[in-house]
Design a protein. Sequence first.
Length: 296
Amino acid sequence: MSRWLNASLPWIAVVVLCASGCAHRARGAAASSERHEQPCPPPALLCEGFEDDALGQAPGAPWRDETGSSGASVRVDAVRAFRGERAVHVLAPKGAAYRRGYFAIHQSPVFPAASAELYGRAMMWLDAAPIAALGKPDVHWTFVQGEGRSRDDTFNSLYRYGGQHQQGLGLMANFETTPPTRSDCWQHSASRMPVQRWACVEWHFAVANNQMEFWLDGNELSDLRVVDRASGPETGCLGNDLGGQWLAPPAFQSLYLGWERYQEPENDQNLWIDEIVISKQRVGCPAPDSGKQPAP
């Protein structure tokens, strides 16, 4: 798995900053020397390129396969890659209303370092919008989720970015809690998730002010910014035990990436994810010419 971890390793004495984001990582000093790869520059905590992961397998440590028995899968393949030769392919096949195509990190080097404030960036390629069955509502889906336990240890708070409307591609911020607290709130965007190309997706979750922010291809989508509670024109709640407040956990403990959906579509969903960076400040997108754009 091609990664560098910023964990105050004693052999990292000098770090060279890269203006276009983090390079691929290796597992340690020896691997770095052999591959001549740049380390992951601080304040980034983790930079991921998947180049050392085995084809056909889920991404290795520190990631965890969180698909469970949903029928979705997360596997490293060489079909598409933003840079290098490999990326994670998330497949959520049709045939069920719910699919959980997640891989996640729950521990060092991201947590607890980024428990109060977490920035992330990933390059994503979505092959097609989820197609809703005739007469059915648009499919709701998530591709980024930060999660942590509530202060009183009775429920989990879930900060999410994904989409639903505009033929299945309208981007959306979503806040949900686990029982017994029932809160499910949303704020829709006028912007859509791109398909059939690499898109640069960035997010920010902060405990202070119960804040979340989102950038697409380097541009902030202000209609997906939430501070304490939804404020955009396309907002609402189903369960609302918290009175509309998007209550962040006192500490984020997990980060999930991939594709989770909540209604049944007419087609499979295929999403490739590459060039992940997790940091305590915004990283930005790679230079436009740094990626390999595969032929359609």
